[in-house]
Design a protein around this ligand. Structure first.
Ligand code: ADP
Ligand code: MG
Length: 688
């Protein structure tokens, strides 16, 4: 075996920072720059400024003022400055001897005794001044700045930074391709002092644009590759109409589908009919009627002799789907000798065994449940379609597990994911390029838009008055208390106290309490009282966040609304306005100790008051929070974009998306080189 040379500490640190390759070093861009190109006079300096001066040592002594220190006085002809060193070697003392002329650089502090610098850097005066700004890189203790600077410099010199954009590439926006990558990197590591620092800092400089364009292209290429890999997979084509279940279900529905529901159902039917597994996101605002679209897709799968699995993130939601789908489908399935199975974590052993049996034998045409659906013991006879509701609640692993539940190699299930949190277009383009998206962009008719009110917590009494009026009119009310992350028990106290207070304030109205740590049967009992209409007010923690459907509920009160995220608020608001009655959402907020709401909280509440359009909400959410939250579990551990910004660089993203297929088809070598350069071995993260 070849002997491997032991790595030095800085070398290990480089690898840990992901700077193992020359090109990684070249792409490690400075955090900021220092201007060592000029010598300034002390007379012209300002407090706090990092200055480079040339001066002569006029005094040097070791003092004991609390601590032993070396104090050196220098004079540059315009003023004097005291340099202070708390740790020093005899050799340094010698270098700083009286009469020596030095070039000194450090942060200037003014004081009683005039200028001072703490631990400045220094070297003999004279010598050439650099022509470029000096880069300062982000680093760690084990990796000294000077070492890293040299490493980056040699990485930059050695790395293959040849052009990967083909001659037939369309010109990029923002002058991004007026610079080559090599030029851009050389410039960004060592910019000339005349550059606008603002353009470097806000990344609007063409050199930065080039980098962002490159990065986005790498991302688009790897997404496109993974999409093409996906297309190699084989699924059983599910063609609608063979058994007539789809038509029967349509005829049995108590309402007409909206045009949007018809359109997405058609898109889904086409996807299911293909021999490549469908990977589709169905997005539609809360209440837009995604469940029935899922039921129609399930009917297609069942018609084609396959099973359909439907997975929801909570038991309450799963149960609600179960009831609705049973109501719709069971009367149609029963005459065919088929059943609907139910799988959850809280199920009794005996019932579970029975259900597993139904799933394995194929008698259960439809399987509904929570995560329990993807557990190992669950064996499907012929899974054709997996539907995942509120997909952002699930992680990659869970989706992959569902994908693994197949009858065998080359027989992948089709996947339909549903979400009420629409993914902004830019995000969909950059991270979900391997996903087809269907959008329901209209609500069923007859809904009155929800009116949103921001009310300070000090006016709670008025809100309770309003609840009383709603209850008297036979309407129902949700009251949501926030989840306090640091303390589950506090969270509970909050909800419990509100429950007591509301019960007292509203005699004659049944006020229920629902929180996540209640035993399942109790949760069910409370929920069924509320769904059944006997319970007037439901106080809960955020367990009702997703999917609950009680059309008679007309008022949603959210306490401490300032603590919720925007899409969460929107989801909650979507619980009302589901019937014909005029509905309202009250966002109760309390300002912090300083009597003011934080900036982010304020912009969230403002967005809620200004729009009820889920897409607009999502767009603003992206602005407020950045992409991390949307990506959720999908991107855990994955490299997010380092340089580009999906909102600010949308035009570059469009360009990269258009270029990716050209590059992959006509210049596969360049494409490979480009992806390797930018993503090295990391591109797999992006594919899950
Ligand atoms: P979401 O998209 O939030 O999951 P649901 O599927 O729960 O919405 O649907 C919300 C409500 O609207 C349900 O009561 C559902 O039965 C009803 N609904 C769905 N489609 C229509 C339609 N085309 N016309 C009338 N009501 C509909
Ligand atoms: Mg739903």
């Amino acid at each position: 075996m070849a002997e491997t040379k032991a790595l030095s500490e800085p070398q290990k640190a480089l690898i840990k920072l992901g700077l193992g390759r020359d090109v990684d070093l070249a792409l490690h861009l400075p955090l900021r720059y220092e201007d060592e190109t000029r010598i300034v006079k002390l007379r012209d300096c300002r407090e706090g400024e990092t200055a480079q001066i040339e001066a002569t040592v006029t005094d040097s002594q070791v003092q004991f003022r609390g601590r032993r220190q070396l104090v050196v006085t220098v004079d540059d002809g315009t003023d004097t400055c005291q340099l202070r060193f708390f740790s020093f070697y005899p050799s340094q003392q010698k270098a700083l001897a009286v009469g020596t002329r030095l070039r000194i650089r450090g942060e200037l502090k003014g004081g009683f005794a005039g200028w001072g610098m703490m631990h400045p850097t220094y070297k003999p005066a004279g010598g050439e001044l650099p022509e470029a700004l000096t880069p300062v890189y982000s680093t760690v203790a084990a990796l000294p700045q000077a070492y890293l600077r040299k490493a980056v410099q040699s990485g930059l010199a050695r790395a293959d930074l040849s052009e990967t954009l083909p001659p037939d590439a369309p010109p990029a926006p923002a002058r991004a391709t007026t610079w080559t990558l090599l030029q851009a990197l050389q410039f960004l590591h060592h910019p000339t002092p005349d550059v606008s620092l603002a353009a470097l800092e806000d990344h609007s400089h063409p050199a930065w644009q080039r980098l962002k364009a490159e990065e986005l292209l790498a991302q688009q290429l790897s997404q496109l590759e993974s999409r093409r890999e996906h297309e190699q997979l084989r699924a059983a084509p599910l063609v609608p109409g063979r058994g007539g279940l789809h038509e029967q279900l349509l005829a049995a529905l108590p309402f007409q589908l909206t045009a949007a529901q018809r359109r997405v159902s058609e898109e889904i039917a086409q996807g299911l009919a293909r021999a490549t597994p469908m990977n589709r996101l169905l997005q539609g605002d809360v209440g837009s009627g995604k469940t029935v679209v899922a039921a129609l897709a399930a009917a297609i799968a069942i018609d084609a002799g396959r099973q359909c699995a439907l997975m929801a993130p909570t038991e309450i939601l799963a149960e609600q789907h179960f009831r609705k789908l049973i109501g719709w489908l069971e009367p149609l399935l029963a005459p065919r000798g088929q059943r609907v199975a139910w799988l959850t974590g809280s199920q009794r052993k005996k019932e579970r065994v029975e259900m597993l049996e139904l799933v394995a034998s194929g008698e259960a045409a439809l399987v509904i449940g929570t995560h329990a659906v993807i557990q190992e013991q669950v064996q499907f006879k012929a899974l054709g379609l997996a539907v995942i509701d509120e997909q952002h609640r699930f992680g990659v692993e869970q989706r992959l597990a569902l994908r693994g539940k197949t009858a065998g190699e080359g027989n992948e299930p089709h996947m339909l994911m549903m979400s009420a949190t629409p993914i902004p277009r830019t995000l969909a383009m950059s991270y979900y390029a391997d996903l087809d998206v269907s959008t329901i962009d209209e609500l069923p008719p007859g809904r009155t838009p929800v009116v949103t009110k921001l009310i300070s917590d000090s006016r709670r009494e008025e809100v309770i008055e309003r609840i009383r009026a709603q209850a008297a009119a036979g309407r129902q009310v949700y009251w949501v208390c926030p989840l306090i992350e640091e303390s589950e028990s506090l969270d509970l106290t909050n909800a419990t106290e509100t429950h007591v207070a509301l019960s007292e304030a509203l005699p004659g109205v049944m006020v229920g309490l629902l929180h996540s740590r209640m035993p399942q049967p109790e949760k069910k009992a409370v929920m069924s009282l509320f769904t059944g209409g006997q319970m007037g007010v439901l106080v809960s923690t955020t367990v009702i966040e997703v999917g609950v459907d009680v059309p008679n509920a007309s008022l949603m009160v959210i306490e401490h609304a300032e603590r919720f995220g925007l899409s969460q608020l929107h989801q909650l608001r979507g619980r009302v306005g589901r019937g014909a009655a005029a509905s309202a959402c009250v966002l109760l907020y309390s300002a912090g100790d300083n009597g003011r709401l934080g900036e982010t909280a304020r912009s969230r509440l403002k967005a809620m008051a200004e729009t009820i359009d889920g897409f607009e909400i999502a767009r603003r959410d992206l602005e407020i929070r950045g992409p991390g939250e949307f990506l959720g579990a999908r991107q855990s551990g994955a490299p997010l974009l380092r340089f580009a910004d999906l909102v600010l660089d949308a035009a570059l993203l469009e360009w990269a998306k258009a270029l990716a297929p050209i590059l992959l088809d006509r210049h596969p070598e360049l494409a490979r080189k480009h992806v390797m350069r930018w993503l090295g071995g990391r591109q797999d993260y992006l594919k899950a």
